[in-house]
Design a protein around this ligand. Structure first.
Ligand SMILES: [Zn+2]
Ligand SMILES: [Zn+2]
Ligand SMILES: [Zn+2]
Length: 341
């Protein structure tokens, strides 16, 4: 089992993943990566269901059995989980330090049975199914109050952290509210006091009025390059109607989100040439928790997707200061992504 350790100075929790324990040799630079030979073994491909842990959930054809072919989206526990399910961990101390057992959920969402078809290349109804599965898993996981935050994310490409090339996303539920999420909660709280309304709603109005950083939008969702984008071609997708929880997106609106997500992923692929990217879903913590001190969190948090292409390296200055140096102004990035440049 892994261990969560808290950094005394910053308050940041780190997962020490002993399950994945490696030797120094495993970290030697490997040289250029050669793609797996065609027909190489992939545990996520249809027909190889027995090679993953038993599925937690799947959208499958009627009459097909779990862990057999016939699925369109399949959720399985991660074979090498960063966190493992179990009873709530007591906090331990070691001198001045705090730690706890690495309790949590770590699942893989296999987005489609076809190894070669990426999320952005799937038809809109299938993208919608993937999003609906995210909602379904979040709802199920949040029934357990030990899980304070459910993080949905996607690593596409080796440079983005993907260890398998078969299109997939991941879900990690943590027994604490992660620091990055807390930063957005505190930021939302500060902006609410400044603007007397949700700061994210205000940002959205600002972006829609300015237009220079807009990438695409439809009746329900807007994609734009954030004003202070950290990375070239970084994008955010906000719901146009205020909502703190991704699980609140109604069935009839999910198609609009799938449509816009497919649109921006296609734009990214066509503009930048299929770069590796990370996609993260940010939302308010588990709504079932008694969130002491944050009674109005549903008014001040605004769920969103962040899409971060991996085109630059985070280096010394960034590590030292927390500053990012972005060589592409977001207005320029957005213009390219709109296809105007
Ligand atoms: Zn595959
Ligand atoms: Zn809002
Ligand atoms: Zn965010």
């Amino acid at each position: 089992m892994s261990e969560l350790r808290k950094d005394l100075v910053s308050g940041r929790w780190v997962i020490i993943a002993t399950e994945r324990s490696k030797r120094p040799d495993d970290f030697r630079p490997q040289g250029p990566v050669t793609p797996a030979p065609h027909g190489g073994f992939c545990p996520f491909c249809e027909g190889n269901e027995a090679k993953t842990p038993p599925e937690a959930y799947a959208l499958r054809d009627t009459g097909t059995r779990p862990d057999s072919p016939g699925w369109s989206v399949r959720v399985v526990p991660n074979k090498f989980p960063a966190l493992t399910p179990g009873p709530p961990p007591p906090r331990a101390t070691e001198g001045v330090y705090q730690s706890m057992e690495g309790r949590g959920v770590h699942e893989v969402v296999i987005e489609n049975p076809d190894h070669a078809v990426e999320l952005g290349d799937l038809p809109v109804p299938h993208v919608r199914s993937v999003l609906a599965v995210f909602q379904q898993r979040i709802r199920t996981i949040e029934q357990d109050l030990n899980y304070q935050y459910v993080q949905v994310f996607k690593n596409k490409g080796k440079e983005a952290g993907a260890s398998l090339s078969h299109p997939h996303s991941q879900i990690v539920a943590t027994p604490i509210i992660p620091r990055r999420v807390k930063e957005e909660i505190y930021g939302g709280d500060r902006l609410f006091r400044t603007f007397k309304e949700c700061g994210f709603c205000r940002i959205l109005r600002e972006e829609e009025a300015a237009g220079t950083r807009l990438v695409a939008r439809n009746t329900h969702f807007t994609a734009f390059a954030p004003y202070a984008s950290r990375f070239p071609f970084e994008m955010a997708i906000y719901p146009r109607r205020h909502s703190a929880f991704f699980t609140e997106v109604r069935d009839e609106d999910l198609t609009h989100l799938a449509d816009l997500l497919k649109d921006v992923l296609t734009r990214l692929k066509e503009t930048v040439g299929d770069p590796p990217f990370n996609m993260v879903l940010h939302q308010a913590p588990n709504p079932a928790l008694p969130l002491k001190g944050w009674p109005d969190i549903h008014l001040k948090s605004h769920w969103h997707l962040e899409i971060i292409p991996i085109l630059t390296k985070v280096a010394g200055f960034e590590w030292g200061t927390g500053f990012y140096i972005n060589p592409v102004p977001p207005e320029t990035g957005a213009r390219f992504l709109r296809g105007e440049a």
